[in-house]
Design a protein around this ligand. Structure first.
Ligand SMILES: [Zn+2]
Length: 127
């Protein structure tokens, strides 16, 4: 089985988010069949406003602001490049949900959202 490693850039994003989410991402990388990179973590309100303006996010009340969300990019095994494909992301989501269950923490994948499908997005569920 191929072992995947986070890039320096991915590690930096993870270092800035909630440690529970970081631990889930680390375990998910160990069990996933599809490699992924972390492409966003904690955001400032200024960064969030920019994303909303560009239509890349729908809310100023994002869980990214509190460091409770990350975005990932699936790595296509055929090209070695990032590709936002639902089938690839589903493999990664499966690994995330498994890791979260192992660690007894609730998460949500944006790929399940009905109003705005957000394939790259994972967040801790606020209870
Ligand atoms: Zn996100």
């Amino acid at each position: 089985m191929t072992q995947f490693y986070f890039s320096k850039r991915s590690e930096k994003f993870l270092s800035e988010v909630n440690p529970s989410l970081k631990n889930i991402a680390k375990e998910a990388l160990k069990i996933t069949r599809i490699d992924f990179a972390i492409i966003s973590g904690k955001r400032t309100i200024k960064e969030q406003k920019e994303l909303v303006k560009k239509g890349k996010s729908k809310t100023l009340n994002s869980r990214h602001l509190s460091g409770n969300a990350i975005d990932i990019a699936p790595i296509d095994p055929k090209t070695g490049k990032g590709r936002f494909d639902r089938t690839l992301a589903l493999e990664i989501a499966t690994a995330f949900y498994q890791a979260a269950q192992n660690q007894n923490i609730k998460i949500e994948w944006g790929g399940t959202w009905k109003n705005f499908e957000d394939i790259p997005h994972f967040e801790l569920v606020d209870e």
